[in-house]
Design a protein around this ligand. Structure first.
Ligand code: TXA
Ligand code: MG
Length: 354
């Protein structure tokens, strides 16, 4: 058991002493948690296999789940990737620093455990002064997954990291809450057209308008899967409570579902939570005054909704609810990333008609 130290840093102009201390740890093969614009990462020197192994250990992450390698600028790409296509260079120049991760052919100088033995590597330049200063001071590339326990909810604050990894890592740089709040978009650039593997902070629309063509990977036919398999979904991004996700944006569909199902849960003696937007608040509070309700903000500002989502999932666990209800916000812009995370967090997905 280690003691986990927390150092508060200015997220815009990080104190050099804090960065130096963290960089010394990275260089000596230790892991350090640090903020990015999306979620907190758990970083280690990407070129040192033993350091990378510590990330998997601390998170309880299986070795077959590859990490994202963080670099400080496009110029550093060649050190981690190989045979970089022209459009990748242009993507980097345009979207970096930012929440876009590119899957490229791997540079064999990287140890195999970073990429779980794949021939490809996922790379991004984070848009956060602390992350960039840490990479530069460490004079390396930093491999970093989200700094949470495997399959849990990603951390958007240093407190979230501490909740999950206290005693398992030596240091957290605390730069306050992250701004984007969902992970980067993962774009596979080893094929043309490139394919979004995970929707995230950079929208599919933005990628399409820049590249012309982009595919979006979806499991099975549609994004929404049938309700017949509760508990059988890939557990990822999950709170302890059972999340019921209703796949419709239409009030005339999700409201009756919420009302009937919450009624049943309450009758069974369960503690119920709902994660909603402000437009649904008067209706739900009036209908169920005693349940735990967290509003993420206005549906017209889905970037804010996304940035509050993970903190709300963790807060529901802190309030010890048995089940959480949430619904879809469609697939335009960041709504697609919200849908993806809610479905992955879900115990049961109920298909709406739209
Ligand atoms: O915003 C983010 O991306 C955050 C911050 C810390 O940068 N990181 C993050 O890492 O979310 P993680 O490990 O939680 O998610 C990495 C994702 C996984 O879905 C993984 O499967 C995918 O990237 N990935 C990594 N390497 C890959 C590869 N070579 N091919 C395909 N997917 C890959
Ligand atoms: Mg993760």
């Amino acid at each position: 058991m280690k003691t986990t130290e927390i150092i508060i840093v200015n997220p815009y102009q990080p104190e050099p002493s804090a960065i130096q201390k963290a960089a010394v740890m990275i260089k000596s093969g230790e892991v350090v948690a640090f903020p990015t614009e999306t979620v907190y990462g758990l970083g280690a020197d990407a070129f040192t296999a033993a350091a990378v192994e510590k990330i998997f250990q601390a998170k309880g992450r299986p070795a077959h789940d590859p990490l994202i390698v963080h670099i400080a600028s496009v110029d550093q790409l060649l050190s981690v990737a190989a045979n970089i296509p022209d459009f990748v260079q242009r993507l980097g120049n345009h979207f970096w620093p930012g929440p876009l991760t590119l899957v490229l052919q791997r540079n064999t100088a990287l140890p195999a455990n970073v990429t779980s033995d794949l021939d490809t590597v996922a790379v991004r330049v984070p848009d956060h002064a602390v992350a960039l200063a840490l990479i530069n001071a460490s004079q390396t590339a930093i491999a970093a997954p989200s700094a949470n326990k495997f399959s849990g909810v990603s951390p958007t604050s240093a407190q979230h990291v501490l909740q999950d990894l206290n005693g398992r890592i030596p240091l957290i740089l605390d730069g306050g809450s992250t701004t984007i709040g969902v992970e980067s978009t993962v774009l596979d650039c080893t094929t043309w057209p490139p394919k979004v593997l995970r929707p995230g902070g950079i929208t599919v629309e933005a990628l399409r308008s820049f590249l012309g063509q982009v595919e979006v990977f979806q499991k099975g036919k549609g994004v929404l899967i049938p309700a017949s398999s509760p508990g059988m979904l890939d557990k990822h991004y999950s709170p302890n409570a059972r999340l019921y996700f209703f796949g419709s944006t239409k009030a005339e569909q999700y409201r009756p579902y919420f009302e009937e199902t919450i009624e049943l849960k309450l009758a069974a003696g369960e503690k119920v939570g709902a994660i909603i937007v402000s437009g649904d608040e008067p209706w739900l509070r009036n209908r169920f005054p005693s349940i735990e309700i967290i509003s993420l903000g206005a549906e017209s500002q889905l970037e804010l909704v996304a940035s509050h989502l993970y903190a709300a999932l963790r807060e529901m666990d802190a309030r010890q609810v048995d089940c959480i209800f949430a619904r879809d916000f469609g697939e335009a812009g960041v709504a697609l990333a919200i849908r993806d995370r809610l479905i992955r967090a879900a115990f049961e997905v109920v298909r709406g008609n739209s």
